[in-house]
Design a protein around this ligand. Structure first.
Ligand SMILES: [Cu+2]
Length: 199
């Protein structure tokens, strides 16, 4: 009988311990959730200024046209690349610089004149894909500088093909982890590797 009572008491104690553990786990969970919520709120506060939103939208249009062009090249679609080139040229020209800081404005203008020229040539040379790709290589360098200075508003990958240009190699920017080579197209679509993840 005495043993039974001790046994019961022990069982009760361990139940209480279990209960406490469960409760503190619950508390921990709630704290975590609260922390997460406040992180989300803080993030939205820091990114909601009007000027920031404007810059992201405009760069996004430029970036979208570039990515559309890149995807056309992965399919050896010269006409598609030309269409994207014309869109990109227009996007660069209508980009509103008034909200930029002096430093941002300088970066943008350094890139702009060069990039517009490449977009123009790609737009005007539908049917001459090798010529277009030469401009695309230089345009990709401009786009990289732009994205590093302004942010792309999405995760991007800087990919490298070591063979293009007689073994000199060339970079491009991609929105997907999967390698699709815009310089080689269908002939060597998966050739290349990710060199940098740009957030
Ligand atoms: Cu040209």
């Amino acid at each position: 009988m005495k043993n039974l009572i001790i046994g019961l008491a022990m069982a009760a104690t361990s139940l209480a311990v279990l209960n406490n553990n469960a409760r503190s786990t619950e508390n921990l969970k709630m704290n975590k959730e609260l922390e997460l919520k406040s992180t989300v709120i803080n993030t939205s506060v820091t990114t909601s200024s009007v000027a920031d939103a404007k810059i992201t939208v405009s760069i996004k249009e430029i970036l979208n046209d570039y990515l559309q062009m890149k995807n056309a090249f992965t399919e050896d679609n010269s006409t598609g690349a030309a269409t994207a080139g014309k869109k990109l040229e227009a996007a660069f020209k209508k980009f509103d610089k008034s909200a930029l800081t002096a430093a941002q404005k300088k970066t943008y203008e350094d890139v702009e004149s060069d990039a517009v020229e490449h977009a123009e040539h790609i737009g005007a040379n539908g049917g001459k894909i090798e010529h277009q790709r030469e401009h695309f290589e230089l345009l990709s360098k401009d786009m990289y500088d732009l994205v590093k200075a302004f942010g792309g508003g999405q995760v991007l990958y800087k990919d490298f093909d070591p063979m293009y240009n007689n073994g000199k190699g060339a970079f491009w920017l991609s929105e997907t982890k999967e390698i699709k080579n815009p310089y080689m197209g269908k002939a060597m679509l998966t050739s290349g590797s990710i060199k940098e993840e740009i957030k």
